[in-house]
Ligand binder design. Structure first.
Ligand code: THU
Length: 159
């Protein structure tokens, strides 16, 4: 059997190496962690996205006593943005998280379901979304969600 080598490269940098827009969006994601409703996990996730029209939209994880009824921060932000601005591509997405001790040192990455939803938005607008994953130790910079989902299932896959 042959093997197929799928390799990815992601960036790692400090906040001050990012553009002003990117730094601002990360600050918005950090402040969105304060809007998390997470009495069960006590893990506060904040997401912030920038639309092509320049509007920033926030999201935070929303939990529920019936666990699967909750929603991650990323999808909360994406669905709110697309519900309000259905024609606006998302250009940038920032994510931050905190536990009971404060902001996480290592960046957290979107869960599989959120990756799939981000992929649908990239595919819907035919435009990559730059993803900034914030940790107090630095920021992972990812140019497209395809780097987090190397084999992708999209609408085209069914044709
Ligand atoms: N969570 C997010 O909001 N985003 C992620 O990417 C990972 C997990 C939330 C879901 C749940 O409220 C808590 O973090 C613990 O899993």
């Amino acid at each position: 059997m042959k093997t197929i080598d799928l390799s990815i490269k992601i960036g790692f940098c400090q906040l001050d190496e990012l553009s002003e827009d990117e730094q601002h969006l990360i600050q918005t994601a950090i402040s969105a962690t304060g809007n998390s409703y997470s009495p069960y996990s006590k893990f506060r996730v904040g997401a912030a996205l920038l639309l092509a029209n320049g509007v920033e939209v926030m999201g935070a994880n929303q939990e529920n006593a019936a666990f699967p009824s909750g929603l991650c921060a990323e999808r909360s932000a994406i669905f709110a943005a697309q519900s309000t601005y259905p024609d606006q591509p998302i250009t940038l997405l920032a994510i931050a998280a905190a536990n009971e001790y404060g902001l996480m040192r290592d960046p957290i990455v979107p869960c599989g379901a959120c990756r799939q939803v981000i992929l649908e938005i990239e595919s819907r607008y035919n435009q990559p979304i730059r993803i900034l994953l914030y940790g107090t130790s630095g920021v992972y910079v990812i140019d497209t969600v395809k780097d987090l989902l190397p084999l992708q299932f999209v609408g085209e896959s069914m044709k």
